[in-house]
Ligand binder design. Structure first.
Ligand SMILES: *[C@@H]1O[C@H](CO)[C@@H](O)[C@H](O)[C@H]1NC(C)=O
Ligand SMILES: *[C@@H]1O[C@H](CO)[C@@H](O)[C@H](O)[C@H]1NC(C)=O
Ligand SMILES: *[C@@H]1O[C@H](CO)[C@@H](O)[C@H](O)[C@H]1NC(C)=O
Length: 209
């Protein structure tokens, strides 16, 4: 898989391991991946995430993604929100930043701003708000059986959300397709389109980064 060979991801993963003392000091029978998926970021992780990872996905930096991440993390932190997939900019940010770093950045921000709640790790988040899903796919969302997200739906969603947040910069559509959308369809393995349940699973279990 492409993402496991990205130098940035390898660096982040190494950094993460090095900062999890239990792994070296006292080996535990719990699998490493499970430990990492439930740990709250340390202050050092937070500094590194904001400095090196924000807006970078699969080795490509995009300023419009930074804008989505910024809107997401402050919306969630300033409003004491726990339901991250009930915030449109967070859903869009997850697709351009990766779910794992986005949630960590939100957790860091909630801690920094003194929020009285914290979003849970991805696997424990609430399901994607269906109204947000409907805003992506259109009225067919409400027909029996719903309808899946097409590539064009996704592109419109990204640009529409950037417009909502009054972004200062726009992404290259080729990056939106090949670096953001294609990674979702690869993971869901549902062909050219992605139904609600599969996209919801991607948000919960892809560990994308
Ligand atoms: C969270 O905030 C507390 C107090 O402000 C600080 O001591 C701690 O290092 C912070 N943790 C993270 C992960 O930023
Ligand atoms: C969020 O929680 C903090 C800490 O309890 C509180 O001071 C602040 O007013 C809350 N903000 C909102 C929008 O409810
Ligand atoms: C957080 O703060 C808000 C506003 O002060 C309050 O309404 C809410 O009940 C608090 N939530 C928790 C989990 O303490």
């Amino acid at each position: 898989m492409k993402f496991t060979t990205s130098p940035i991801i390898v660096a982040l993963f190494t950094f993460t391991l090095a900062n999890c003392p239990g792994i070296f000091a006292a080996p535990s029978p719990v699998p490493v991946a499970e430990r990492l998926s439930v740990r709250v970021p340390t202050p050092g992780d937070c500094v590194s995430l904001f400095k090196f990872t924000r807006g970078v996905y699969h080795g490509t930096q995009d300023q419009s993604c930074v804008n989505l991440v910024e809107n997401c993390r402050f919306t969630v932190a300033d409003n004491n929100i726990t339901d991250i997939w009930g915030v449109k900019s967070c859903v869009a940010a997850a697709t351009c930043q990766g779910v794992t770093p986005l949630i960590e950045m939100v957790q860091c921000t909630q801690n920094e701003t003194g929020s009285n709640v914290t979003v849970p790790d991805a696997s424990q988040t609430e399901s994607l708000d269906y109204n947000i899903y409907a805003s992506i796919v259109g009225d067919c969302a409400w027909q029996e059986g719903g309808c899946p997200i097409t590539q064009q739906n996704y592109i419109d969603f990204v640009y529409g959300t950037l417009s909502d947040i009054a972004t200062s910069t726009w992404p290259d559509v080729n990056n939106v397709i090949t670096n953001w959308w294609d990674y979702i369809t690869q993971w869901t393995a549902t062909g050219e389109t992605v139904p609600y349940l599969n996209f919801n699973d991607w948000l919960h279990y892809s560990n994308s980064q």
